[in-house]
Design a protein around this ligand. Structure first.
Ligand code: HGY
Ligand code: MN
Ligand code: MN
Ligand code: MN
Length: 396
């Protein structure tokens, strides 16, 4: 069996805690090699598609396959489970099925999607978005990381050809059903006293870049009345996010990243970039939250003599998972609960094209996207057995 322990040293972030593993960085490339070796050890044939997603085929590749897997990248300073648990349990489910003497009656593969968190290039689910055409290759290849390295450059450095990036009908045809196992990001299962559940829906969500531009100047020599300080307006944007997110039932609004330019203690910044993550039950509510924050940003910028722009960097409407598949998965597992989730997933991107389902494994604190993210080993093992049962049913 292949535990999460095997990869526990890869991308460990000693400064932030947890793990920092981002698309095509050293840690993520090492995890791709680890995955390729683990798949190879099981006799699976690994191929990388044009968008950097890895597919490990159990038997011959073909259309209408049963696909399972997740991602190996993380948010900055993320937990050990978000992503890797779905990959490790997929490999382990292959072991469980093999040990039972099962051979899939349909094409079958384990997938690793590229840059799911958008931790490096800013757009979440980049591999599945590219595959399905939810982002154009032109827009994606222009994305750059905090050092100015573009996706195209990063792919080239990883030995991939950026000219192959884009919608992939062949890969899409091959996905008959996708099942992603994931650590729960919330306390739904704990509160219900259940080990495993299935996903019902994903909130509408997106990311917006807010750029406030003022006047860079000296922190000591500039009188308070003479300032056009974009940080002051940015602070109002953060407060507006809290206000607007709280005012709409079920909504969430977060500023998790703020970058002052140039970023010196004794420097009034000339500009500040901040990123808003907004989510709600539906498109209208999400848009309303963003509109309110945008209006607050404009008012705060005007008060401070600054300019502001708000740019949508990615967006996805509410996902409701295929009800027939969800019910049959829950049925195979003896009737497990169906839960909504506030987190985005590649399964949510694929759901617009093929039937997809998600299994959640209980998370005792509900914490995720943080070093404290956790699932008990026994619960992970129960998740793997559940995944194996579901795959057996789907691929027989
Ligand atoms: O941000 C998210 O919801 C996801 O985990 N990518
Ligand atoms: Mn995540
Ligand atoms: Mn994830
Ligand atoms: Mn000086």
């Amino acid at each position: 069996m292949t535990g999460l322990g095997d990869i526990a040293a890869v991308g460990a972030d000693l400064r932030r805690g947890g793990f920092s593993r981002h698309g095509y960085d050293r840690a993520e490339l090492e995890l791709r090699e680890w995955f390729t070796a683990e798949a190879g050890r099981r006799g699976l044939d690994v191929e990388c598609d044009g968008n950097g997603n890895l597919w490990a085929w159990w038997g011959a590749p073909g259309d209408g396959a049963v696909i399972t897997g997740s991602h190996l990248d993380s948010v900055p300073g993320g937990g050990a489970f978000d992503g890797p648990l779905g990959v490790v349990s997929a490999l382990e489910a292959v072991d469980v099925l093999r040990a039972k003497g099962f051979t899939p009656g349909k094409p079958f593969a384990v997938v690793v999607f590229a840059e799911e968190e958008g931790g490096r290039f800013g757009v979440a689910c980049l591999g599945s978005r590219l595959l399905t055409g939810a982002i154009t290759p032109e827009a994606a290849l222009r994305l750059s990381d905090s050092d100015g390295v573009t996706l195209a450059e990063a792919m080239r450095a990883a030995g991939l050809d950026p000219a192959r990036v884009g919608p992939d009908q062949r890969a899409l045809r091959r996905i008959g059903t996708f099942v992603e196992l994931h650590v729960e990001q919330g306390r739904g299962l704990v509160d219900l006293g259940a080990l495993v559940g299935v996903a019902r829906s994903i909130l509408a969500h997106g990311r917006w870049r807010v750029t406030v531009t003022g006047e860079g100047n000296h922190a000591g020599a500039t009188l308070m009345v003479d300032r056009r300080d974009p940080m002051v307006a940015a602070a109002q944007v953060v407060l507006a996010a809290r206000r607007a997110g709280s005012a709409v039932e079920g909504a969430r609004a977060t500023v998790g990243r703020l970058v002052p330019n140039p970023g010196g203690t004794n420097v009034i910044p000339s500009s500040v970039d901040l990123w808003l993550d907004a989510r709600a039950d539906d498109d209208a509510r999400t848009r309303a939250v963003v509109a309110e924050i945008t209006a607050a940003a404009q008012a705060a910028a005007a008060d401070e003599g600054c300019a502001v722009t708000v740019t949508e960097e990615s967006y996805g409407d509410t996902v409701v998972f295929d009800a027939a598949l969800r019910d049959s998965v829950a049925g195979v597992l003896g009737g497990v609960p169906a839960l909504p989730t506030g987190a985005g997933h590649d399964a949510g991107i694929l759901a617009a094209h093929v039937p997809t389902a998600m299994l959640f494994v209980r998370n005792p604190t509900g914490i995720s996207h943080a070093p404290a993210e956790f699932a008990e080993p026994d619960d992970c093992a129960a998740g793997t057995r559940a995944l194996a049962d579901v795959l057996e049913e789907l691929a027989r």
